[in-house]
Design a protein around this ligand. Sequence first.
Ligand code: HEC
Length: 276
Amino acid sequence: MKKLIIVLLMLPVLSLSSLSHAAGGAATYPLMEMEPDLNDKASLQRGARTFMNYCLGCHSLQYQRFVRTADDLGIPHDLMMEHLLFDPSARIGSLIENTMTVEHARQWFGAVPPDLTLYTKLKHGPEYFYTYMHVFYEDESRPLGVNNLLFENVGMPHALLELQGLQRKVCKEIPRLAENGGEMRDPLSGEPITAKACDKELIERGFSPLELVEGTGQLSPEEYDQVVYDLANFLYYTGDPNRLDRERIGVYVLLFLAFFFVVTYMLGREYEKEIH
Ligand code: HEC
């Protein structure tokens, strides 16, 4: 009986911890911050363009249609057809799909590229995605030559390599910590005493173990941040295309309820007069 009570008491804790695991995945690297903004139509349009150009070859958005995307993002249909719809057999009303088969994907990458329509809603949030696209690095031991700090031994090539450039793992000199947690300093000069740290130690201390190999990317780090931000914003939109509508309607509903409250209150007072 005692055991049963303990198990019952533990249940909420257990389910909470498994939930947090599902949300955080196997994240080993701290997530970078990004705040999606669905009102920024220009950003969403740029994100859609990057997706169609760099990702659609492997990843579909099978729950989303071109026409809906064009309408929501304010892209005229003819421009959408001309610049963002590359499959000659696809129509403006088609789902955003590609022609890669599961067998081919397995053969080529050892893994199937997941559909990304609901990725930021169901699997990982936009911050995870934003970080994921920042932390590919060179790894000769992998078949595609790259690995990812968030997703160890990922089967995906770095699709934006030409934009970001190649990153390498490095070791850095960082301040040593004393037992009380403070930085150790040289008693004479006051300079911090440093020690060489690599990989995990760097991450634990809040330093990035990756360094960009200069001259390998077309974009500056700030421009690349923007490209990935737009892409994350776009995938945040596809995860729930009705979100903006819902929020807009929600305001009307609350206004209506406020108005209705006044009417109901006055009606109630009238009734009360008759009771007393
Ligand atoms: C050449 C094919 C290819 C291209 C192009 C490609 N991917 Fe992938 N992607 C994959 C494969 C394969 C996987 C599955 C990796 C695995 O499970 O190991 C994957 C996985 C992913 C994941 C899932 C990671 C996770 O947490 O499960 C995301 C997100 C993703 N890709 C985003 C993108 C984006 C955004 C682009 C465009 C910039 C892109 N991919 C371009 C092949 C591709």
